[in-house]
Design a protein around this ligand. Structure first.
Ligand SMILES: CC(C)(COP(=O)(O)OP(=O)(O)OC[C@H]1O[C@@H](n2cnc3c(N)ncnc32)[C@H](O)[C@@H]1OP(=O)(O)O)[C@@H](O)C(=O)NCCC(=O)NCCS
Length: 119
């Protein structure tokens, strides 16, 4: 999974493998991996309250395994286990086509806020 994150430049997941493992397996986190030939070729992580709301926090498929339905399957399987009524997400522009391929979706405005120095 860390190698997939490295390929996407998701630096937050690279610095500390133990921290990444804790993040992916934390309470309320559901992480699915897709395996091909004993190698992880995709993963998706959802954070959920197990009742109503869930967030898709990550989905990535290795470059050689794309357009074979793996990303869709990862999201569907993780969402099925999330026990939530709907799934929110922030999208990179390159992934919009994947989310638009789902039968039901609605576009909403989003923000990502980073911690700042104390004022
Ligand atoms: C986005 C990503 C996870 C898609 O995974 P995938 O396994 O290729 O997706 P799927 O095969 O399930 O695609 C399902 C449908 O989504 C749409 N889609 C997916 N990728 C697409 C692309 N690059 N261009 C156009 N449509 C695309 C298509 O409708 C596709 O169905 P089709 O192949 O029958 O036409 C993968 O491209 C990836 O890892 N990208 C880099 C990481 C990333 O951007 N992650 C999302 C961060 S928000």
């Amino acid at each position: 999974v860390i190698e997939l994150c490295r390929a996407e430049g998701w630096d937050s997941y690279l610095a500390d493998a133990a921290r990444t493992f804790r993040a992916l397996t934390a309470s309320g986190a559901i992480t699915m991996v897709a395996m091909r030939g004993g190698v992880v070729c995709g993963f998706a992580q959802i954070l959920t309250d197990s009742e109503i709301r869930a967030y898709l926090t990550n989905v990535a498929v290795s470059a050689g395994s794309r357009r074979q339905g793996i990303g869709t399957r990862l999201i569907e399987e993780a969402f099925a286990r999330a026990g939530a009524r709907y799934l929110d997400l922030l999208s990179d522009p390159g992934a919009e086509a994947l989310y638009e391929s789902f039968a039901g979706y609605r576009r909403v405005q989003g923000f990502r806020i980073y911690p700042s120095a104390p004022r």
